[in-house]
Design a protein around this ligand. Sequence first.
Ligand code: PLP
Length: 438
Amino acid sequence: MDTTEFRRRGKEMVDLIADYLENIEQRTVYPDVEPGYLRSLIPEEAPEDPDTYEDVVKDIERVIMPGAASPACTELETVMMDWLGKMLKLPEDFIAGTHGQGGGVIQGTASEATLVALLAARCRAVRMILASDPQRPETGITSKLVAYSSDQAHCSVERAGMIAGVRMKKIPTDQSDKYAVQGETLRRMIQEDKAAGLIPFYFCATLGTTPSCAFDHITELGPICNAEKIWMHIDAAYAGSSFICPEFRPLLNGIEFADSFNFNAHKWLLVNFDCSTMWVKKRSDLIGAFKMDPLYLKHDHQESGRYFCTDNSLFRSLKMWFVFRMYGLKGLQDYIRKHVELAKEFESLVRADQRFEISADVVLGLVCFRLKGSNEVNETLLKRINNGRKIHLVPCLLSGQFVLRFALCARTTESRHIREAWRLITQLAEEVMQELPH
Ligand code: PLP
């Protein structure tokens, strides 16, 4: 949709809402639908090719309005999460369908999803232990719990441990591992901790780490977690969107071992903030951990087990519905592929310049690079780049080296922007190298 159409559609949308408000008294307050009504009104999968805007808007009256806000948006959320789960080729266990035990729920951020998974895992671990040892005091259990994540994991994982009040240990990685957690390292840490009387209960794997877009080896890590009854959560905040492309889907192999999985559709799948999509294998793990039962939340279909997202989000699923239909799966795949291609183009420019080096494999839309030389020279270069205000780079430390991260983020980025960015970077690098020893 170009900006001319966007203006027109925006005005039409205002008219639609104004008409709704003017005629609101002709509508019933309480919906007259049965649970699951919505699923039968829309296709089971996202379209491959785009639908027309007119068709999407017509469906608001046909699909959403009969269910009012509730249960319509909750049902749409479950179905949209199934659509997206199918785009990602998630195992059937994560798809709610009509009879599944698992399914998806939208969170605000990846940090929230990590925390929600950790709290559910803590609850499951405590219940499992109490089932075999009912006399054991609960505080005696929680004080022994230990969770794990990579030393490359996003800081929100560590913070989740702080909020949940559990020990969180960082699993070391290094350059030789491509900054990915290996099965053997986790196995060793678990054995040591169990020998010390601790109770391992949660492991947060990362697919696409924040610093360098590294991928933990979940095909090795998953079976270890399953054997030890450790909840494996997969945080793919950034990289997750790319798994809708068959060529990147192998990066998600091992998902079958996970208890929960999350990525930010608002990061790289064209859905506006906020929309962080989380799937669990067993909805009951989340419902059980967070169940609240006040009178004002009671409804006739409470025990159907269908509505596990009611307290969380309304209306975010509408954004997914519009985006998936307006782009179609092919349009979304093209968008991801274009960014990866542009990242490769930037990588080639860096590699062709002897003054620079690439610091980590370029798998998706992130290029980690630096000037060959000291950290100081790279820090100065970054400051100059950001002070120039034309492009914005965020750095990271990899094996003690200060590294610049070039991330493809904008919908409208073209090859000419990449070339212009490189021109600016090399021009500033020239200046910095003349001023500083390197
Ligand atoms: N996990 C990873 C791997 C990330 O890269 C990020 C953000 O960059 C996060 C978690 C945090 O995401 P959010 O801001 O949605 O909490």
